[in-house]
Design a protein around this ligand. Structure first.
Ligand code: ZN
Length: 290
């Protein structure tokens, strides 16, 4: 009998651990202690909750142990939820685009016909920064279902302590219609259901043993007041960018850097790698600290 390759074994292990998520519901957030309960769902017969630590903003899942609590008041989470979704409502790049701390790297995984992913990008992070390297992945469901092996590799780097991944929501289908005006494109496309598509991505992650974060990125960075309110009502924080590298925007202290990890925008990745290699522009990467 041929030995099973370690990578294949891990892939099979991850797949065999796939769980079934049903009855996925949005809670009007309530708090107990320092936790906000934002979702309730069934996972292979167990009643579970998705919770947010209102101070650290980290998410986790737990068995249902609290069904009642108190309003979440003026926690860091609540304040951020309102600050990031307040008027005015620009059609592009709404939400948080800058932060107090160091630079944060966000990598978008929009649907792509390209096979694989920007391995050179994540490998450079692993090779050149202290472990675990903080990075946000804004991931879409249509990318996941066509790139399960790439997802497994990213998940593996997280388990090995090389990357500290924050799993951000980039919707399941990530609608895009080339040539259409922004007002009728991306999540503003006629007939598009932003709420169900966002929740579908969360379930897709949970089914693969990944806990979704509260960070959300609009496809194309395009939104309006109604879609911003939809995201706020789901308890999610929209994240824009002030340093989309492929567009020539340079990162500075506090920047939220945007590159694509799906091979659709190699120019941005090349610029990031160049900056990393001279260790001048990007000396250190930080977790998002809004
Ligand atoms: Zn995208």
């Amino acid at each position: 009998m041929k030995p099973i390759l370690p990578t294949l074994f891990l892939l099979l292990t991850i797949q065999s651990q796939a769980v079934h998520i049903t009855h996925y519901t949005v809670n009007k957030p309530f708090c107990y202690s320092d936790k906000a309960i934002i979702r309730t769902f069934n996972m292979d017969g167990h009643r579970m909750q998705l919770v947010v630590d209102v101070n650290t903003l980290h998410t986790s899942t737990q068995l249902v142990i609290h069904t009642l609590g108190h309003p979440c008041g003026s926690s860091r989470y609540t304040k951020l939820l309102h600050k990031s979704t307040a008027a005015p409502y620009p059609v592009t790049n709404d939400g948080l685009t800058h932060q107090h701390g160091g630079m944060t790297l966000t990598t978008d995984l929009c649907p792509s016909s390209k096979s694989g992913f920007e391995r050179r990008l994540y490998q450079a992070l692993i090779d050149r920064f202290k472990h675990p390297v903080p990075v946000i992945l804004f991931i879409s469901g249509r990318w996941i279902v066509h790139h399960e092996k790439s997802l497994a590799q990213l998940h593996r780097w997280e388990h090995e302590g090389k990357l500290a991944i924050t799993w951000g929501n980039h919707t399941y289908t990530h609608p895009y219609h080339p040539g259409k005006p922004l007002e009728h494109n991306f999540v503003l496309s006629p007939g598009y259901d932003l709420k169900s598509d966002t929740l579908k991505l969360e379930q897709t992650l949970l089914e693969r043993g990944i806990v979704p974060s509260i960070f959300f990125r609009f496809p194309g960075l395009v939104s309006d007041q109604k879609s911003i309110e939809t995201i706020r009502n789901l308890g999610l924080i929209p994240i824009g960018s002030d340093a989309w590298l492929a567009k020539g925007q340079l990162p500075k202290q506090g920047s939220i850097i945007l590159v694509h990890g799906n091979k659709n925008e190699p120019k941005g990745v090349a610029r990031l790698l160049k900056n990393i290699s001279i260790k001048k522009t990007i000396p250190k990467l930080s977790p998002l600290s809004p």
